[in-house]
Design a protein around this ligand. Structure first.
Ligand code: SLL
Length: 154
């Protein structure tokens, strides 16, 4: 398969996490007693854009304190919702559509559970959602022709 020489194609996406302390009056019934937060880690398109034309699946590797710490998500939404007590680094592996012939790319996200900045106490009391997300671009350098067509809608 031929590559498109001298061309790089950039595709934007967003990845990150959202976390919220349990409501003391209604903890999730199945949450272990030491868990304090519900959280979600995700990979998604910018403004809800469908990115499945280049992203095939996402593998999230959680802390080894989690049962089945490797979670593979094969269709959108590419996300994992969990409960827990601690912050840790999540390994996120992006797998591209087969016609791309691209190797998976790995990124890391620091799961944030706790608010920071001004008014930490107030934020805690209001159980404010803690959002930590990044805009990122995947770069496909000299994509194979069949994938270049997919990427550019040709
Ligand atoms: C810490 N280095 O000590 C981190 C580890 C681990 C978080 C955080 C619960 C897992 C379970 C959980 O929140 N693990 O279901 O037991 O802060």
């Amino acid at each position: 398969t031929k590559r498109v020489r001298g061309v790089s194609v950039y595709r934007p996406f967003v990845f990150g996490s959202e976390a919220q302390p349990f409501d003391p009056k209604s903890r999730p019934p199945n949450a272990p007693p030491d868990h304090t937060h519900q959280w979600r880690v995700f990979v998604k398109g910018v403004n809800g854009e469908d990115i499945t034309y280049w992203l095939r699946k996402v593998q999230f590797k959680l802390h080894e304190t989690y049962a089945q710490s490797v979670r593979t998500i094969e269709q959108p939404p590419f996300e994992v919702t969990e409960t827990g007590w601690g912050e840790f680094e999540i390994q996120i592996k992006l797998y591209f559509v087969p016609e791309s012939t691209e190797k998976p790319q790995t990124l890391w996200h620091s799961l944030k559970l706790h608010p920071y900045g001004d008014d930490i106490e107030g934020k805690r009391e209001r159980r404010e959602k803690v959002v930590s997300q990044n805009y990122e671009e995947v770069i496909f350098n000299e994509p194979v022709e069949q994938f270049y067509d997919v990427l550019t809608g040709g």
